[in-house]
Design a binder for this molecule. Structure first.
Ligand SMILES: *[C@@H]1O[C@H](CO)[C@@H](O)[C@H](O)[C@H]1NC(C)=O
Ligand SMILES: *[C@@H]1O[C@H](CO)[C@@H](O)[C@H](O)[C@H]1NC(C)=O
Ligand SMILES: *[C@@H]1O[C@H](CO)[C@@H](O)[C@H](O)[C@H]1NC(C)=O
Ligand SMILES: *[C@@H]1O[C@H](CO)[C@@H](O)[C@H](O)[C@H]1NC(C)=O
Length: 404
């Protein structure tokens, strides 16, 4: 299971869902018959390089839907991320004993489907092996534990990888604009900036542990090295500012070239105003990264909906389409991953804060939802060299993002 880390503590309020216009309202313009994967090579041509559109898989996942899953990784997605199989608890179950069976298994599954593979992740405070945090001193952590883990995993997976989440979710949720990079991380109040017993004495007292992780990762040059987090991407947002400060700090103090860096925007969002980042803001943030030479990636997208209605499913399609467009029309975005393949296996469950969930492209029976067809239409439109559309999720009347 992907451990629950909530996005904004979103309340599902009774709100009017905007009336959106979608590409699938003009079906004669779009085939609806092509599968997404058949369009991706044409997307890559316009992009000027490979475009990776993926979802999650684990080789130990229940196999009831094995045939469906294999079909979709042949006909929809061309890119695969291990949902859990590359996390620390699975890859180093005992100290110093690397076991990459489950992680490499997903990479092999990708190869068998002609798909690319991305690594998630080498450092996270959650889903740790049982021996961590344990009684590890700061110097052991920074000089031995982190470098050995990162080296074993990244070198073990080799070069068949587009990018690695080197550090995941370091930054807290209660940041302010005035914090520096260390304060941004320390404000999360998590190991290892806190002692193992959760006491108030910090184990590490500066960004030594991300420096260790990133410097080690850089030695193996496994594609882009990514900082991955949730509730980021908006403009005038202190957590997003913290991401920029962390990149600058890693650049200055760990000597990581910006051109090797990426930022993963997890994008666990909701189809409700305030629970997603408007396209214009996402693109502004992506362009700021591009100016540094840093890639932007959508790494874990899913989107709960407030009600199981046509209007909500259309709103979901519009927002997802806007995120796709933001990535496609940004020069530095080459990877877009949806978290979980279909609604019935999603880690986002219906309930308080998540409405009726239904957060993926496919329903609980594995059938494509309106959002699937809209995403396909966005890809087809881009592949046909059409100009970027306005931000559909804001509703037609508010559409004001003319480009090209
Ligand atoms: C490595 O992990 C796999 C999958 O969890 C397990 O079956 C295997 O026994 C492990 N190997 C060792 C040497 O522990
Ligand atoms: C933790 O490790 C230190 C140094 O190795 C040792 O002195 C101490 O007793 C250990 N504490 C516990 C609770 O194991
Ligand atoms: C940025 O956000 C702050 C606090 O939320 C707000 O006071 C300020 O007006 C915003 N600035 C801009 C330019 O939107
Ligand atoms: C949503 O509504 C449709 C149509 O009534 C129904 O078939 C489907 O099972 C519902 N899904 C969920 C998750 O409630």
């Amino acid at each position: 299971m992907h451990v629950l880390l909530l996005f904004l503590p979103a309340l599902v309020l009774a709100q009017t869902i905007p009336n959106v216009s979608l590409l699938i309202d003009n079906p004669h313009l779009y085939s609806g018959k092509a599968t997404i994967r058949t369009v991706l090579p044409l997307v890559s041509i316009r992009k000027g390089g490979p475009f990776h559109f993926g979802s999650t898989h684990d080789i130990f996942a229940p196999t009831a839907e094995a045939e469906w899953t294999s079909d979709k990784f042949s006909n929809v997605w061309n890119h695969i991320v291990a949902e859990n199989g590359c996390k620390w608890y699975d890859t180093e179950p005992q100290p110093g004993v690397s076991n990459l069976t489950d992680c490499k298994g997903v990479q092999q599954y990708a190869i068998a489907h002609g798909a690319s593979f991305r690594g998630h992740n080498t450092f996270w405070h959650s889903q740790l092996p049982s021996w961590l945090p344990g009684n590890v001193s700061a110097s052991d952590l920074v000089n031995t534990v982190v470098p050995e883990h990162v080296a074993a995993e990244i070198s073990g997976l080799g070069s068949y990888v587009t990018s690695w989440d080197v550090t995941n979710e370091l930054i807290g949720d209660s940041t302010t604009m005035s914090m520096d990079a260390w304060e941004c991380v320390q404000s999360a109040n998590r190991w290892p900036t806190m002692t193992m017993d959760g006491g108030s004495v910090p184990l590490v007292t500066y960004l030594s542990f991300p420096y260790a992780a990133w410097s080690t990762a850089l030695k193996y040059d496994p594609g882009k090295l990514v900082y991955n987090d949730y509730s980021t991407g908006a403009t005038n947002d202190s957590k997003t500012e913290c991401v920029f400060k962390l990149l600058a700090d890693l650049h200055t103090n760990a000597h990581i070239p910006y051109t090797h860096m990426g930022v993963g925007f997890q994008s666990h969002i909701g189809a409700q105003p305030g629970s997603f980042v408007p396209k214009e803001q996402l693109e502004t943030t992506f362009r700021r990264l591009a100016a540094l030479g840093v890639d932007a990636l959508i790494t874990e997208m899913d989107m709960w909906i407030p009600t199981n209605t046509t209007a909500a499913l259309r709103y979901q399609a519009a927002i997802w389409g806007d995120y796709i467009d933001a990535c496609l029309y940004s020069s530095n975005c080459h990877e877009f991953i949806g978290w979980d393949t279909r609604d019935d296996v999603s880690w986002i469950k219906a309930g308080p804060g998540h409405g009726v969930a239904m957060p993926t492209l496919f329903d609980e029976n594995g059938n494509p939802k309106p959002v699937y067809y809209e995403v396909l239409a966005r890809f087809e439109r881009y592949a046909a060299w059409k100009p970027e559309m306005c931000a559909t999720a804001l509703g037609v009347a508010e559409c004001q993002v003319p480009r090209d």
